[in-house]
Design a protein around this ligand. Sequence first.
Ligand code: CP3
Length: 344
Amino acid sequence: MHRETADSPFIRACRRQPVPHTPVWYMRQAGRSLPEYRAVRSGVPMLTACATPDLIVEVTMQPVRRYGVDAAIFFSDIVVPLKAIGVDLDIVPGVGPVVAAPIRDAAALGALRPLEPGDVPYVTEAVQALVKELGATPLIGFAGAPFTLASYLIEGGPSKNHDHTKAMMYGEPELWHDLMDRLTTITLAYLRLQAEAGASALQLFDSWVGAVAPADYREFVFPHTSRIFEGLADLGVPRVHFGVGTGELLPLMAEAGADVVGVDWRVPLSEAARRVGPGKALQGNLDPAILLAPWDVVERRARAVLAEGRAAEGHVFNLGHGVLPATDPEILTRLTRLVQETTA
Ligand code: CP3
């Protein structure tokens, strides 16, 4: 399995092997910044799109065709497996995931049953179709990490301070660990089925875990994320771990077991390399807002990220978070070319 993609720059960089150029892809490379995305999504609700294999394949391929990026990321959303096991939620345009009945007590936990492959046939089907179409270009499968999923479930939607989430974490640790354990079981099954269908790498998005202090991460999050990475080890695919505002957590996120640690724009890659220690590759970390500035600024900053990335044992160029919807796709075309034409 994955023979075709094993020699791709992306997989090689994840494995800390020499590469002809630094591989590049962008979080949220498929999305509202692309006119072709807006065209195929018009009138189709996000969660409907995520359950329609033809649309998943088309949207996943759009940035690969347009930019020639070194990896595709499966078009979906972190709440798809929760919806698939029957959690009543929706993705509201301009808002994000909204949960009808927030989970705040033991009785509500019953809703979080384990995920069976039969719950997401459209994911398996779309991954298989994509792997055929992509050939030597790797497909990255992904899932939301337990903390970030817990935050949406407990708050009922996006949250600035994660108040209810932390109230449960600090005030009802047994309930918290039960919830996190259930989410871990779901997430592990969901990532495994993507790799078994042919995904060449897996990324765990813990977007909002930067809200937690290191000692609390160790106690309330680490046992669960490390169970996920351990549970993926036998698959032999690179495992990427990403969060926003996680500068202080980088050593712990590395210790949790990922092969590649994603870094946002707040920490230079040379410092991030020091924090994660030996044996890890890094992914990042241009501030997505830089892409809203003129090209000469983008070029200078991108070269600085590439130079910083040389401090890492392996470097995958990316943004520090997702592509902003206002980004001009032409800038991403030029950026992709710049990264790929710079010798690693
Ligand atoms: O290109 C890719 O990166 C793959 C697609 C992808 C989406 N969501 C598509 C999407 C990925 C990897 C995600 C993960 C995701 N979803 C995360 C983790 C990554 C991150 O950004 O931190 C999170 C926190 C979510 C939750 C979520 N879903 C948010 C915050 C939003 C945006 C709401 C909005 O409208 O501003 C969504 C919806 C969503 N997921 C969109 C896309 C393209 C926009 C919906 C649309 O186009 O109608």
